[in-house]
Design a protein around this ligand. Structure first.
Ligand SMILES: O=C(O)C1=C[C@@H](OP(=O)(O)O)[C@@H](O)[C@H](O)C1
Ligand SMILES: C=C(OP(=O)(O)O)C(=O)O
Length: 419
């Protein structure tokens, strides 16, 4: 689309039609890595093609994996069973999954791997994961606690227990689990510290590992045991992205429309699918929503909450501050930009003051997306009901949902000021 900004014209009728979300980012990036670690050819279908998955695929290519893309939703991945040291640093943009997963996988490479990202990624913490690698005797370092990370591996590691604090990101745990199957002996991975948010992402990881031949078992509430099986090439179907689905579910309830996502809400295995039951309660959302198990859906729910009949407090969302941007700050800034007093940060809680009378008003506001796809996509929802909502840097949706604006137009949304 390549526009600086996009103003949404509120549709004068309910949004209707078919809009299938793209493949899951989380599952695509797990499957790409596991296929890349396997020996042989794997076929991934229903996959996401977006910035985040392109970074992962290109990084694997730089480490000797052959990846073909026969169509818009498939990857054919041929691995040798070993990742090779890349000639240059791996640049992973702001893709948290690619960055964290490849940092751990780099420990299986015989040679040096530098994992780097853009200016946003360089502010996202990775220290606990680097410390966990170091505790295994792997030469891993970061100067700032954030990327770039340098890993000088020997191609193998021997450990029977890895401890990791997943408080800041569950991706550290997923990264170590996926790496662990490439070790020399069975490994137990143990969670330290407070409960991690979105445990459902760990289930996605272990499911993907099993699909590629790994033997992994949850042995207690905080431990997993991974056998040293390595991975086997597989044909793998990626399910649609549940976080992407939240925008469509919210657009449906906000406009009293009927959107066919082509997938039943109960069919998703991703954590954000839990948001469906909340969205379905609109305009009677609960007074308190614990976002810890559906973190990426929080911006969607928060913008929806602005049109709810009663205020909503979001709790359990502290680590939204270390996502693509500080999402607690970005959402409250955007809502207050639409109408002062619409949102407040209370510690790490976000309180949204509902105001159903916003519907039908003209309240011109430039929404700063902070280069964060979820801020762009969730504030587009406000533009369905309020005239004058302009999304800055709308192309940032390319991180996970490049067809987002086209998908909304297919449902009847139009835009102005596409300058
Ligand atoms: O494992 C994953 O695929 C993800 C885990 C979550 O991140 P954190 O574990 O960093 O909270 C989520 O926000 C992210 O979009 C995807
Ligand atoms: C937090 C997100 O992404 P990641 O951590 O994978 O960059 C997201 O997609 O909302």
């Amino acid at each position: 689309m390549s526009k600086d900004k996009l103003t949404i014209i509120p549709p004068d009728k309910p949004l209707t039609g078919r809009a299938v979300p793209p493949g899951s980012k989380s599952i695509t990036n797990r499957a790409l890595l596991l296929a890349g670690l396997a020996k042989g050819t794997s076929r991934l279908t229903g996959a996401l093609k977006s910035d985040d998955t392109r970074y992962m695929a290109d990084a694997l290519r730089a480490m000797g994996v052959i990846i073909e893309e026969p169509d818009d939703t498939s990857f054919v991945v041929t691995g040798s069973g070993k990742l090779l040291p890349p000639q240059v640093p791996l640049f992973l943009g702001n893709a948290g999954t690619a960055t964290r997963f490849l940092t751990a996988a780099a420990a299986l490479v015989d040679g040096t791997v530098v994992v780097d990202g853009d200016q946003h990624m360089r502010k996202r913490p990775i220290g606990p994961l680097v410390d966990a690698l170091r505790s295994l005797g792997i030469d891993a370092s970061t100067e700032t606690g954030c990327p770039p990370v340098t890993v000088k591996g020997t191609g193998r590691f021997e450990a029977s227990r890895i401890q990791i604090d997943g408080g800041l990101s569950s991706q550290y745990v997923s990264a170590l689990l996926m790496m662990a199957a490439g070790g020399d002996k069975a490994v137990t991975i143990e969670l330290l510290g407070e409960d991690i948010g979105a445990l459902g992402y760990i289930d996605l990881t272990t499911a993907a590992m099993r699909a590629f031949g790994a033997k992994v078992e949850k042995t207690s509430a905080v431990t997993w045991r991974v056998e040293p099986t390595g991975y086997t090439a597989a044909d793998f179907v990626v399910e649609p992205d549940a976080s992407a689905a939240t925008y469509l579910w919210a657009a449906e309830v906000l406009t009293s429309g009927k959107i066919d996502l082509g997938v039943a809400n109960g069919a998703f295995t991703q954590p954000d699918a839990k948001a469906y039951d909340l969205i379905a309660q609109f305009p009677h959302l609960p007074a308190v929503i614990d976002g810890s198990q559906m973190q990426d859906a929080v911006p969607t729910l928060a913008v929806l909450a602005a049109f709810n009949e009663t205020p909503v407090r979001f709790v359990g969302i502290a680590n939204l501050r270390v996502k693509e941007c500080d999402r607690i700050r970005a959402v409250s800034t955007g809502l207050n930009n639409i109408r002062q007093g619409l949102a407040a940060e209370e510690g790490d809680d976000l309180v949204v003051q509902s105001d159903p009378s916003l519907v039908g008003q003209r309240l011109p506001a430039n929404i700063d997306t902070f280069a964060d796809h979820r801020i762009a996509m969730s504030f587009a929802l406000a533009g369905l009901k309020i005239a004058g909502i302009t999304i800055l840097d709308p192309d940032c949706v390319g991180k996970t949902f490049p067809a987002y604006w086209r998908t909304l137009s297919g449902l009847g949304v139009t835009y102005a000021d596409e300058g």
